[in-house]
Write a protein that binds this ligand. Structure first.
Ligand code: SF4
Ligand code: SF4
Length: 197
């Protein structure tokens, strides 16, 4: 895949309106543990991302916007919620920046500031995933799918597909037992807030 032109990215970012917060990049670096200021905007991450077509800001532009302190623009972007953390960008970045961790930091900030989540369905899916791991000690696809479909009001629509997958043994009805479930819960620690369970 071709790298996206840096000139195009920078030009597009400079057309974005919004307040500038010059110290934001340091805070995102602290939260993510990633050296965002090292990014020189080559666009390799953007050109490598399998979900770029679903994003409103390409990954490289997110990094650039953070450097420029365009906090509101990034917090409103769907990109961090579209990112699936596949790490394709991380393995190809010439500066070794783990962009997925930067996306995590942006999502955390949206939640910490109680800003509107640009893709509420994705956030609900994250929460259901964590809830099933907290309850069962591991991910369980049937519980995750059923809970999410119920919450989205589409259980009736999705049920036939789920039953078909079960008949073909692609979806297990019962989760495998997890020993020491309490230890898994302890791993969550303070990292999962009460309202997310
Ligand atoms: S994060 Fe890495 S790959 Fe992406 S634009 Fe910056 S330097 Fe290039
Ligand atoms: S980790 Fe996110 S931004 Fe990076 S390539 Fe995967 S989906 Fe794209």
């Amino acid at each position: 895949m071709a790298a996206v032109s840096i000139h195009h990215e920078v030009e597009a970012i400079h057309h974005e309106a919004g307040a500038v917060d010059p110290g934001w990049v340091r805070r995102i670096e602290a939260t993510s543990g990633e050296p965002v200021r090292l990014c020189f905007g080559c666009g390799v991450c953007s050109g490598s991302c399998p979900l770029a077509s679903a994003m409103d800001l390409l990954p490289g532009r997110v990094l650039r916007a953070i450097q420029l302190g365009l906090r509101d623009r990034v917090l409103q972007a769907v990109t961090p919620w579209v990112c699936i953390g596949c790490e394709t960008c991380a393995v190809r970045c010439p500066n070794g920046i783990d962009v997925a961790r930067v996306m995590d930091a942006v999502r955390q900030e949206v939640l910490a500031l109680e800003r509107p989540v640009p893709m509420p369905g994705v956030y609900r899916f994250h929460r259901w995933f964590l809830r099933t791991v907290w309850l069962l000690g591991r991910a369980h696809e049937a519980a995750l799918s059923a809970g999410y479909a119920l919450q989205q009001g589409r259980l009736r629509r999705d049920l036939p597909t789920g039953l078909r997958l079960m008949r073909r043994r692609r979806l297990a009805l019962w989760p495998h037992a997890v020993r020491r479930r309490g230890e898994v819960r302890r791993l969550f620690g303070a990292g999962i807030r009460e309202h997310e369970r």
